[in-house]
Design a protein around this ligand. Sequence first.
Ligand code: NAD
Length: 478
Amino acid sequence: MTVDSNKLFINGDWISAGGTFPIHDPATGEIVGYAADAEQSHALLAVEAAHTAFPTWSKTPAPKRSALLYRWYELIMEHRDEIATLLTCEMGKPFPEAKGEVSFAANFVLWYAEEAKRIYGDTVPSNEPNKRITVLRQPVGVVSAITPWNFPAAMVTRKVAPALAAGCTVILKPAEQTPLTAIRLVELAEVAGFPAGVFNLVTTSKPAEVGNVLTTDPRVRKVTFTGSTEVGKLLYRQAADTIKRVSLELGGHAPFIVFADAEIDLAVQGVIASKYRNAGQTCICTNRVYVHESIAASFAEKLRQAVSTLQVGPGMKEGVHIGPLIDEHALAKVERHVEDALAKGATLLIGGSREGEQGYFFQATVLNHATEDMQIATEETFGPVAPIFTFQSEEEVLARANDTPYGLAAYFYTRDIGRVTRMQENLEYGIIGVNDPAPSVAIQAPFGGVKESGLAREGGKYGLDAFLETKYISLAFA
Ligand code: NAD
């Protein structure tokens, strides 16, 4: 499948950027399409368009905004398989996972189509008989949305749908590795009928230059970003001068703790689901598996067996569980983490190397006897490698799990209700899976991290809040 979409979508028109850049299939290295290569001047045009469209869009009645979002949802679902094919071609994830992502992405649009009609303010009791206090919820203004490559569809709609529902106008800048899915989503939004300038798209191979405009222009009032902690910190600083509202969904380093009383088979399946999905390239992927020492040997053997059934291969091939990593750089990082762990005393239970000669495949890997001095214990691996650490006590494992600047997702398995209560309250993470490896699939729940994993939440009513200002009106009368 080859797509040639070499235009930017600004102010309701597809315009040329002058140049284009190629997008590669990580399973083969082949070019699967081209995207328009925006410069700073195009970002400025997009900001101007969004700024001009804002007064009318923000005053458009909520049922009308809702209807447009609902139409967009229907169109995404009608084109689900086509978008999923595109997604697999540019990003690599297995086709069934890609279909799941497109449905997940569409469901954010559906959810916010509904929520658009439920943006309520308050009336607050006043101290005096001839005064009234009203609280309005109003759209924050022009929004810059910057998205990563690992969920090319869902990260777009998780930001754009609530922003549009709130009455904000948007400039979307997708990741340079995966712009084709975003382009298709914008094409469908155009068909749905959003007015000119309400939803703009700038694709670019120069994210720092274009991103600078999107995070510093005073007409932009909100930056919503998903990506690495490193880039997130930079954008936070850039947005500071004009005190923009900022939502940041950044990196993670999820612990997965298996207590001695856990249902071991369930926990093994939990690691499979939370570690190897998307080839280990999700921000909430398990990074450290802590197993109580009394069950560590049998757990490791069961995990090795379960991992041996996972098939690595191109995402469009039937039966494949793990697709390629996104690029050579990602592959090199995973290789480095494994080599470093082995050099520092870990043992290899399965996998451990690059797979095949074409594309960026890495074998599903389990490392035993991992220790905290290894890179894999502190850095996000973003690959299909599960390192097993052992622990002795609840107190000890809690301290080790929290000993990281990250705080996105954490998982633990136990059947002890007291332990459930203590752990869920004391883990310093934004999302906790208790005997559950997939807490993130609920679009209605608040998704986001604490510490250096981010700011604010996406999903559900929380995701809408991030695009609303609170205005207090005090009315005095005779
Ligand atoms: P990245 O930070 O390299 O890129 C993310 C986006 O930022 C891309 O669109 C990129 O073009 C853009 N960007 C890069 N430099 C920029 C700059 N100087 N100015 C403006 N924009 C710039 O991250 P990535 O490699 O695409 O994504 C992987 C990371 O994202 C991982 O750390 C992962 O944990 C994180 N992530 C977090 C969540 C979450 O919800 N917390 C979800 C998915 C991914």
